[in-house]
Write a protein that binds this ligand. Structure first.
Ligand code: F6P
Length: 367
């Protein structure tokens, strides 16, 4: 039996995606496994996510060349070491009622004669994948987002690479912060989830960590900074999530409007806080938003390994017709979980367990 499988990446890019594609293709096309599986695979890479699957005209060779490519082990051989997504991605919602692309996607899945579709996505795009599954497509999900806000998995591709970037960038800022005796407010991504900021703050030893799950008081931030100064600390690093907000205020938005999934474009809370500290505490402050630097660059060893494990597991899921589910890491083991369950709620920081709401840092002691 020969199976034709499509694979696409949708939503924000991140490091580790290409590793998952590499290992998916390597495992799918492993000739030694053909007798065991009783099937052979052909893997079609779809460019630019849902846009590619909706736009391709399978009967037109030019359009096929524009929106798809045959993925072979030779082609993807070196992909595992590169960041971003070699297939390209877009942030569009095919179920947007004004610009509905879902019918085109369903039709093209048939016209391309796909037996299954592997979707590398976060909460929004695995949500799209689940809706398509309910409409009859054989969907397998691979979780990827630097936000690590998907439930039912302990890991999403890209998180570790982003965390390492934050840590390295804070190290870099420390030298200049120390030289000048300044405070640095560093804004991290993560949308509604504080994981990147919390763990980035733990890894880099930030003095203050501010996350979306707990609204902060500017006065308390200043108090902590002044106490540190009084203790002889020359400088301080404040890590703040783009979705964090002072008590009683709204999230900060850097642009008007919303994306295809209804999310505001967050950004600017770090700048606000830096200005407030300067104004109210008369301390010298600088502000840095790490923004897409966190999503860029090469995957860490962990993201390459997880890409490998997730990619290989996705092939196994197709072999065993484990559709409507996503690959997951749970307690150190690779498993699969229903998409429906993973999409029930976002995985946010449990403040009571992990966050010190008095000193604005991680709760390291369980006693
Ligand atoms: O979901 C991943 C993420 O990096 C968020 O942390 C961030 O808010 C958003 O994507 C930024 O999106 P864009 O790449 O569209 O600017």
């Amino acid at each position: 039996m020969k199976l034709r499988v499509g694979i696409l990446t949708a939503g924000g890019d991140c490091a580790g995606i290409n590793s998952a594609i590499h290992w998916f293709v390597y495992s799918a096309m492993d000739r030694d496994l053909v007798p065991l599986r009783g099937m052979m695979f052909e893997v079609i890479g779809i460019r630019d996510g849902w846009l590619g699957l909706a736009s391709v005209k399978p009967e037109d060779p030019n359009s096929l060349g524009e929106w798809t490519l045959n993925l072979t082990p030779e082609l993807v051989r070196t992909w595992d070491r590169y960041g971003g997504t070699r297939l390209g991605t877009t942030r569009i919602n095919p179920f947007n009622p004004q610009t509905d692309l879902s019918e085109a996607i369903l039709e093209n899945y048939k016209k391309l004669q796909l037996n299954a579709l592997v979707v590398l996505g976060g909460f929004d795009n695995l949500g799209v994948a689940y809706r398509l599954y309910k409409k009859g497509l054989n969907i397998v999900g691979i979780p990827k987002t630097i936000d690590r806000d998907l439930s039912e998995t302990d890991y999403t591709l890209g998180f570790d690479s982003a965390l390492n970037t934050i840590t390295a960038d804070v190290d870099r800022l420390r030298t200049t912060a120390g030289s000048h005796g300044r405070i640095f407010v560093v804004e991290c991504m993560g949308r509604k989830a504080g994981w990147l900021t919390l763990e980035g703050g733990e890894a880099s030893g930030a003095a203050i960590i501010l996350i979306p799950e707990h609204d902060f008081l500017v006065e308390r931030v200043i108090e902590i900074l002044q106490n540190r100064k009084a203790q002889g600390k020359r400088y301080s690093i404040v890590l703040i999530s783009e979705g964090a907000k002072p008590r009683g205020m709204q999230e900060f938005r850097e642009r008007k409007g919303r994306d295809g999934f209804g999310h505001y474009y967050l950004g600017g809370v770090g700048k606000f806080l830096a200005e407030e500290i300067e104004k109210l505490a008369k301390l010298e402050v600088r502000y840095v938003a790490l923004k897409h630097l966190q999503r860029g660059g090469h995957p860490t060893a962990y993201d390459r390994r997880m890409g490998r494990k997730f990619g290989i597991a996705a092939v196994d899921m197709i072999v065993s017709e484990d559709f409507g589910r996503m690959v997951s890491l749970k307690h150190g083991e690779i498993t699969t979980v229903p998409l429906k369950k993973a999409l029930e709620r976002l995985n946010l920081v449990d403040v009571e367990k992990f966050y010190d709401t008095k000193d604005y840092k991680s709760k390291d002691v369980i006693l």
